[in-house]
Ligand binder design. Structure first.
Ligand code: PMP
Length: 319
């Protein structure tokens, strides 16, 4: 097997750093059979003041909450995981990239009650560019409405970022790809817009920004929250509400938000152009504000950037 491009030197496994190739699981681990894991997706940006992780504590808090929903006894708190994350980035020399905390049910039980399976925690990271392609941030992407629905409330807890939830996401994404779209937008059981396979969805109509309310069918995205707060700061009216599917076809602008996708304009839905078929002015303004904050190019009054202290480069040839 050639080295995948997500290979680094080290993975953090329950308190120690193990070489990448040694971070293995047994095939009879509970997670392999039943999707029993919770995880996070976080980005680190190389800012002018050094590497910084965007909303690290908020992501780790969501990880702790996801574990709690599934009664996984996570022996680390947010502060311990944050320290380990910063150390992982330094050890791997990764100034900019993606961070993936993962909590699994390991080798122990094979029945559905996972109590006998040990909870194991991993932190990994890798370089990751633009999730939906280099041009997506500029030009926007073509999306479709998926034929697959998001699970109903009180089936799979959507507020937990759990491995098993992503079987639904894979169906949405594969259907989109098969039909020539970059992304799929799924509706919930009531037929209202829920979210993309791995992003939240926003619309702009008459200068007002709309996004589906937290309704038990979607993940409460941290980028979603960031955009809502940026809108309020920028004096843009924003409404968390019910979004009927047809609003996707009448909106002036549509965009996705997510740690991986950042703010990606949607230029068409089901082959119907959105607005003028290019990124609209509100999307652009929010994208600019977002990218300047995460890249450390503007002030951060919210304290969203978590600096990663980096060792000074060795001074060569200094007397
Ligand atoms: N919905 C789903 C299903 C996701 O996987 C993600 C990515 N984590 C999001 C929304 C966006 O969440 P965030 O902004 O916290 O990355």
């Amino acid at each position: 097997m050639s080295a995948p491009d997500f290979r680094t030197d080290w993975i953090w496994r329950d308190g120690s750093f193990v070489p990448w190739q040694d971070a293995n699981l047994h095939v009879m681990s509970h997670v392999v059979h039943y999707g029993s894991s919770v995880f996070e997706g976080i980005r680190c940006y190389d800012t002018p003041r050094g590497p910084a992780v965007f909303r690290l504590d908020d992501h780790l808090r969501r990880l702790v909450e996801s574990a709690r929903i599934y009664q996984m006894a996570l022996p680390y708190d947010v502060a311990a995981l944050a320290d380990a994350t910063r150390e992982l980035l330094r050890r791997n020399g990764l100034r900019e990239g993606y961070i993936r905390p993962l909590v699994i049910r390991g080798l122990g039980a094979l029945g559905l009650n996972p109590a006998a399976s040990p909870v194991e925690t991993f932190l990994m990271c890798w370089p990751w560019g633009r999730y939906l392609g280099a041009e997506a941030l500029e030009q926007g992407v073509d999306a479709c409405v998926a034929s697959w629905f998001r699970p109903a409330p009180n089936t799979f807890p959507a507020l937990a970022k759990a491995g098993g939830n992503y079987l639904n996401s894979q169906l949405v994404k594969m259907e989109a790809a098969r039909n020539g779209y970059a992304e799929g937008i799924a509706v919930g059981p009531a037929g209202l817009v829920s979210e993309g396979s791995g992003q939240n969805v926003f619309l702009v109509r008459g200068g007002v920004v709309f996004t589906p309310e937290v309704d038990g069918t979607m993940l409460e995205g941290i980028t979603r929250d960031t955009v809502i707060r940026l809108c309020r700061d920028m004096g843009i009216e924003v409404r968390e509400t019910k979004v009927p599917r047809e609003m996707l076809y009448t909106a002036d602008e549509v965009f996705f938000t997510g740690t991986a996708a950042e703010i990606t304009p949607v230029r068409s839905v089901d082959r119907t152009p959105v607005g003028a078929g290019t990124a609209g002015p509100v999307t652009r303004a929010l994208q600019d504000a977002y990218l300047s904050v995460v890249r450390g190019m503007s002030a951060d009054p919210w304290g969203w950037l978590d600096p990663v202290p980096w060792p000074e480069p060795e001074k060569v040839g200094v007397a």
